[in-house]
Design a binder for this molecule. Structure first.
Ligand code: ZN
Ligand code: ZN
Length: 444
């Protein structure tokens, strides 16, 4: 739970029209804690868009007064997932996954706008670290849909409680008009309002960004409609359970296989860049934690800092040990790419493609010395798929090269059936795509 969440009244609401009526939106501006005068543990303080501020129960005495209308303002995103309706990637805020269709996700705007078949039920995935929660069908006869009301496009506003911008508004009480709600760089989504003041000056102001609210309305506007029953009850679900939309989990061995310059560009809005991170490129680290924003905290041996990485910059490293049987990938383009700085590639290695070999040595960076096809070479472990001795080698081979090729057509390769090894293939494909993109946009 974090300040900046946009909320509406929830199931145990018993406070009349403190919120100005059902559908009115507010912002969590303080999280309760033991010993606090304003907000004890399991309560939060909400700043309603109308300007009033009170605390509410989010588990206090087992009652829940609020629901999460939008968590994009606290920076929640699903980094590798694209909305299959509006094509937004990453999805900002909650992610909605169809339980009927394979690999079909919607952003919260599209879900609430009834995109996709409304007779299909969905999973609501609040953050990358929470389990999906199954919600009912949107076409259910008894399901209510409510129009959100508050600081949305068209609202007339004046300066609010956190105002910190001198007389930008033309002076206290001067009125402005919201022209749209947008995000703040890649830090937070739907978290600031663009306002034009009577003086004609315009600027953006925080409505949730960093838990601050610079405005209050004197005339509310209608926002999008929402299904209250499908929204998370604030405080009700334990956070950080599993990681269904993140391909990494705590304890995984990972490595950045990108050049520092590319990593630097990718890190924007994903934990940022520190030149010292360059020292860890190519080294194997351990996933310490997945952040609410879906970024990955990695711990390196002998390093007191933990670094936060864009998940797309990381490759899962399979742990092999001496004596393991591994199958070298058949994808020559992939192996050429991945061998850079990991033993390199020479055409003399061609006879090893798709062949099974034995690990002779594991280097400290995870690279493998493999005896294969009568030769001995150093391989990037991501090019080597582990084979268990009792597995039919031919099946494994054909499986390995068919699957990634087919899946590489997809933009967000994910599948519950995907094995760890194949997931690795897909991740790499994504990284290559990203690199191509970044080379183009960022570096030329
Ligand atoms: Zn969408
Ligand atoms: Zn569907």
């Amino acid at each position: 739970m974090e300040v900046g969440l946009r909320v509406v009244r929830g199931p145990d609401w018993k406070w009349g029209n403190q919120d100005e009526g059902e559908g009115h939106v507010g912002t969590v501006v303080e999280i309760g804690r033991q010993g606090s005068d304003t907000s004890p543990d399991k309560t939060v303080v909400v700043q309603w868009d109308s300007g009033s501020r009170t605390n509410y129960r989010v588990g206090y005495q087992d009652a829940f007064d609020l629901r999460v209308f939008d968590n994009a303002p606290i920076g929640v995103k699903h980094p590798i997932i694209m909305c299959d309706a509006c094509k937004q990637q990453p999805i900002q805020g909650m992610c909605w996954r169809c339980t009927k269709c394979r690999d079909f996700d919607l952003c919260t705007l599209c879900y609430m706008a009834d995109r996709h078949d409304t007779s299909h039920s969905f999973l609501r995935i609040d953050t990358v670290t929470t389990k999906g929660v199954k919600v009912g069908k949107r076409n259910s006869a008894n399901l209510t849909k409510i129009k959100a009301i508050g600081i949305f496009s068209g609202a007339r506003v004046v300066r609010g409680p956190d105002w910190d911008w001198a007389n930008q508004d033309g002076g206290e009480g001067k009125i402005g008009r919201v022209s749209d709600i947008r995000g703040w760089d890649s830090e937070s989504g739907r978290s600031v309002a663009h306002v034009t003041w009577v003086s004609g000056s315009t600027n953006v102001y925080r409505v949730g960004h960093k838990g601050k609210v610079d405005l209050k309305y004197i005339e509310a506007a209608s926002g999008r409609s929402y299904y209250p029953d499908h929204l998370q009850v604030l405080g009700k679900f334990a956070e950080a359970e599993t990681t269904p939309t993140c391909q990494f989990k705590v304890g995984d061995k990972v490595r950045v296989d990108l050049e520092a310059e590319i990593l630097k560009v990718m890190q924007e809005g994903h934990g940022g860049w520190n030149p010292r991170m360059g020292e860890y490129v190519g080294r194997v680290g351990t996933v310490h934690r997945i952040t609410e924003r879906g970024d990955v905290r990695v711990q390196y041996e002998g390093c007191s800092n933990r670094w936060t990485f864009h998940p797309g910059s990381l490759t899962k490293v399979q742990l092999h040990k001496v004596g393991d049987m591994v199958c070298i990938t058949e994808d020559i383009h992939l192996i050429k790419e991945q061998q850079k700085s990991h033993g390199e590639w020479t055409d003399a290695m061609k006879p090893t493609l798709g062949k099974v070999g034995r690990v002779l040595k594991v280097y400290p960076d995870g690279d493998l010395r493999v005896a294969v096809a009568g030769q001995t070479w150093t391989f990037n472990p991501v090019c080597c798929k582990a084979i268990s001795s009792n597995q039919d080698i031919n099946t494994t081979n054909s499986h390995e090269h068919d699957e990634p090729t087919r899946r590489s057509e997809e933009t967000t390769g994910r599948s519950e059936e995907t094995t760890a090894g194949l997931q690795g293939e897909v991740d790499r494909k994504q990284i290559r795509d990203r690199r191509a993109n970044l080379d183009y946009i960022g570096l030329h």
